[in-house]
Design a protein around this ligand. Structure first.
Ligand SMILES: [Zn+2]
Ligand SMILES: [Zn+2]
Length: 142
């Protein structure tokens, strides 16, 4: 299904297409990895984010397992996580991470895309810079 960009909020199913078009931080997104709960294979999450610190945690709706996205665990102590809420008021999402790479192939920017499971509204709720390497482990951190 294509993305509906006609309204105030973009809606659609394709988070890869969305994150590529959003270009968080102005960077071309090469890989998009959707979050799947490692415990129960669930794809519905509540998400808490601190966009200043660059920290995001997802909690599986089905089994309650919590996971820090990408390198968020390193910033969890300083972060003040606030719950993500869709403009429609719902708070359960499909989650995907978008990865932009530098010329040396290392990950340089991460964007956290959420799709509301009630009305399909898409949003990038946080994005942050990665200024170290190696970064290959981040690609399996959604
Ligand atoms: Zn789960
Ligand atoms: Zn919604």
């Amino acid at each position: 299904m294509a993305i509906d960009t006609s309204g105030q909020h973009w809606r659609g199913e394709d988070m890869t297409d969305y994150l590529r078009r959003f270009r968080a931080g102005g960077h071309a997104v090469e890989e998009v990895v959707e979050s799947v709960c490692a415990v129960c294979s669930g794809r519905s999450f509540r998400v808490a984010i601190d966009d200043e610190e660059g920290c995001a945690e997802r909690v599986c709706v089905a089994c309650g397992a919590g996971v820090y996205l990408a390198d968020s665990a390193a910033y969890a102590d300083e972060a003040e996580l606030g719950p993500c809420e869709c403009p429609c008021g719902a708070d359960t999402f499909a989650v995907a991470l978008g990865f932009a790479r530098a010329a040396d192939r290392e990950v340089r920017w991460i964007s956290v895309g959420l799709r509301c499971l009630v009305d399909g509204t898409l949003g990038v709720y946080a994005d942050w810079k990665i200024d170290y390497s190696p970064t290959a482990h981040l690609l399996t951190s959604a």
